[in-house]
Design a protein around this ligand. Sequence first.
Ligand code: SF4
Ligand code: FES
Length: 259
Amino acid sequence: MAVVTAQKPSEELITIGKTSTQSDAITLRIARSNPAEGQETTYAEFKVPVKKWTTVLEAILYVKQNLDHAVAVRYSCRQASCGSCGMKINGKPALACYTKVSEIKSNVITVEPMNNFPIIRDLAVDFKQLTSNHKKIKPFIINEESEVTPESKEFIQTPKDLEKFLQFSYCIKCGLCNSACPTMATDTSFIGPQGLAQAYRYVADNRDKGKEERLKIVDNSHGIWRCHFAGSCSHVCPKGVDPAMAIQLLRGYMLGFQK
Ligand code: SF4
Ligand code: FES
């Protein structure tokens, strides 16, 4: 494993968006690789000035802006909403924009691409499989009477009806649950906790009439029965979604315990 060290020549202490004379510094180790060109993983080390509110994403962007423009990282919203910046941070799957350097309690932070996803380059991984599994479970309300006409009335949904699926609708498709899942690591065709949790989200919605259709899609050896209930998906979700529970509830529909 090669290590490349880079440092800003001036040693000037600049925190993202601010200049300061009293910043702490961390060592940020970034996994670098480019599988398309046969380049295996190396770790590049950078000294990065931080404040207590600096996020891991900001530390990476500091490197991009000041030390090495070529680091590949995907991000967009910087506020835990878009689901783009998932990665391993000191070995744990997390959103870089939602993880403060000060929470990690180490002066050395290693960032690596998420497990169970093909690497495009450095920290950026390929989301094709996640997106296609998400689409496979038909992530929309199926209801032929949903056309709005002058005679339409609203669909009645009580707070209790909403509660059945609300937490699952908070999924931002970041893929952290899939990256933590040991079954995904051994079965690349597994739909995964993200897709299965979304299948439950729509099956449990009282406006939806696509239950039979969706249950057929997940009822196979790479679907709902492949989950071994390790539960790691639920531990890493940054939005409080519990995919492991969704899978159990979906099995309830499948076995006829739930209607
Ligand atoms: S369930 Fe949670 S961890 Fe999984 S994709 Fe959705 S938001 Fe991310
Ligand atoms: S940048 Fe959007 S979730 Fe982190």
